[in-house]
Design a protein around this ligand. Structure first.
Ligand SMILES: C[S@@+](CC[C@H](N)C(=O)[O-])C[C@H]1O[C@@H](n2cnc3c(N)ncnc32)[C@H](O)[C@@H]1O
Length: 269
């Protein structure tokens, strides 16, 4: 296979002292790749099977020292992938330089494969549904939670792109550990819908089944009428009077924790 960093092609002309190959390759590949922003995003993506096309760093020794300390399992892969470029070159390629000065481009998992994972039966862990979320950071935090609890996937409805670079950064590269797709309410995979709403039944009296779709409303307006119409159960998180609601991502955290504590079984090692 051709090493994209070594092949030539159109792209930003190299400045003095800039390795032309990696920069040209970056510009050629960036359009249809997932940006992995920072060491931890790259580490997670590799652990969960991402196909990384190109990885750059402004501090190769620092990145490999981090790998020695935190990620011995992917250290050799990182050593083979990482190309060092000057810091100014790295900083010009990313929206906001990361303290680890690492950035990579990965192949986005196929929608067909993700839809098959989401629809696969029997489902052994819930799918999280975010109904028209508005905040990119919340969406990233939810994907990180879903990965940690071994959820089958995270589906968003509405206009927010769950693969937006800011969401991937918030998710710490864990989009590769769970199936992340945007669908309409009508396209949701099969399974009983447990929709979280402060007016619902107390979650402490319920066991959430492994094949559940756990649905959460938008930060601004809560659950949409369409999602409510598809819901089989409305479920409330305990909250004292006069508090209106919890943050979206913390609501997902409590709900996934409840699923795991009442029989759902994420691996602990
Ligand atoms: C920030 S809240 C939405 C607040 C919104 N202003 C509203 O009118 O519902 C985002 C989502 O988190 C979930 N949520 C927050 N607090 C909850 C609670 N106490 N019980 C159940 N779900 C809750 C719901 O799914 C809610 O739609």
């Amino acid at each position: 296979m051709t090493d994209p960093a070594r092949s030539t092609g159109p792209g930003t002309p190299a400045g003095p002292g800039t390795p032309a190959g990696p920069v040209a390759a970056w510009h050629r590949l960036a359009g249809d790749s997932v940006l992995l922003d920072g060491f931890h995003a790259l580490k997670h993506a590799l652990r969960f099977g991402a196909e990384v096309r190109l990885a750059l760093t402004a501090d190769r020794a620092g990145a490999l020292a981090l790998a020695d300390e935190l990620a011995a399992d992917v250290r050799d892969t990182l050593a083979a992938l990482l190309t060092e470029v000057p810091h100014a070159t790295y900083a010009a390629l990313v929206p906001r330089p990361h303290p680890t000065a690492v950035a990579a481009l990965a192949v986005r998992p196929s929608r067909t494969g993700n839809l098959a994972r989401l629809a696969h039966a029997p489902r052994t862990a819930p799918v999280v549904v975010l109904d028209n979320p508005r905040n990119l950071g919340n969406a990233g935090a939810v994907i990180r939670l879903a990965a940690g609890f071994g959820a089958t996937g995270v589906v968003t409805t509405g206009t927010l792109d769950p693969w937006h670079p800011t969401v991937v950064r918030g998710g710490a590269g864990l989009h590769f550990a769970t199936a992340v797709e945007r669908l309409t309410v009508r396209e949701l995979p099969p399974g009983p819908v447990f929709a979280l709403d402060p007016e619902g039944e107390d979650i402490r009296s319920l066991k959430l089944p492994d094949d559940a779709l756990l649905a959460f409303g938008s930060e601004r307006s809560g659950l949409s009428a369409e999602l409510r119409a598809r819901a089989d159960h409305l479920v409330a998180l305990p909250m004292r009077p006069q508090v209106s609601s919890y943050n979206l991502a913390t609501s997902v955290a409590m709900t996934l924790y409840h699923w795991s504590a009442t029989g759902g079984a994420p691996g602990t090692s």
